[in-house]
Design a protein around this ligand. Structure first.
Ligand code: SF4
Ligand code: SF4
Length: 240
């Protein structure tokens, strides 16, 4: 504190309190301690490096060597089918409403006896997932009431175009397995929607034929005279 113009003025200069270097406080430096710190500090700075040198290496040779993901990994979505090939999606849009990233777009439509994609009343006519938005959180698959939507272990979703990151229903739909006929086709004779969900339908009924997708612009083909009498009058036979 000093006196100026008759007033006492607080000095703002360092006073050598706690945290100030010894020089600032006017204290004499302790020579041995400073020498030890001068050696220790650079060595301590390499501590993490030295420790890492003796640990097992974590380098992965991706993409040449692909690592197996966890069984319940959240990867690309899949739209599932019933065991006869009909689609499980009923176009309810619950997945789209549950999505926090607004990444799903669904348009439902009515099935008809001539063009049936799912056992019930409705099916997902348009289904898109935008992987430029999706954060793979899995809330959509939790919301799905029919287990139509699940996630696979596929994680290679990068692309150079935004348009290519919008996956369509055709890309998301599960492939055909043994005993399936591609949709649209008739419901299993004598079964209803509930029977499908109770697991009573295990494969396509014998003679099941894929129907023409009239809503997608396919035309009904008339029977050709070269076909034998047992061949179908329209559409193409995919399964048995
Ligand atoms: S995983 Fe999450 S972000 Fe992706 S579509 Fe489903 S709800 Fe949306
Ligand atoms: S995937 Fe599931 S929740 Fe989404 S529209 Fe289809 S049935 Fe509904």
């Amino acid at each position: 504190m000093s006196e100026e113009n008759g007033k006492a003025i607080e000095s703002t200069a360092p006073t050598g309190g706690a945290g100030l270097p010894a020089q600032a406080s006017g204290a004499e430096p302790v020579e041995g301690k400073d020498t030890a710190q001068g050696f220790h500090n650079p060595v301590a700075g390499f501590g993490v490096t030295f420790k890492a040198m003796f640990k097992k290496r974590l380098t992965e040779q991706y993409p040449e060597q692909q690592k197996t993901t966890a069984p319940r990994f959240h990867g690309r979505h899949q739209l599932n089918r019933h065991p006869d090939g009909l689609e499980k999606c009923v176009g309810c849009e619950l997945c789209a409403w549950a999505c926090p990233a607004d990444a799903i777009y669904v348009e439902g439509a009515d099935n008809t006896d001539e063009e049936r994609y799912s056992p019930g009343e409705r099916y997902g006519r348009v289904y898109q997932i935008n992987y430029a938005r999706c954060i793979l959180c899995g809330l959509c698959i939790e919301a799905c009431p029919t287990r139509a939507l699940t996630m696979t272990n596929e994680f290679e979703l990068a692309d150079s175009s935004r348009a290519n990151l919008i996956y369509t229903k055709e890309q998301l739909l599960a492939g055909l397995e043994e005993g399936m006929v591609d949709s649209p086709h008739a419901i299993y004779p004598g079964m209803d929607e509930g029977d499908y969900y109770r697991g009573l339908v295990t494969e396509a009924a014998p003679g099941t034929v894929q129907q023409p997708a009239v809503s997608k612009g396919e035309v009904v083909q008339e029977a050709e005279s070269t076909f034998g009498p047992e061949e179908p009058a329209s559409g193409k036979v995919i399964g048995r």
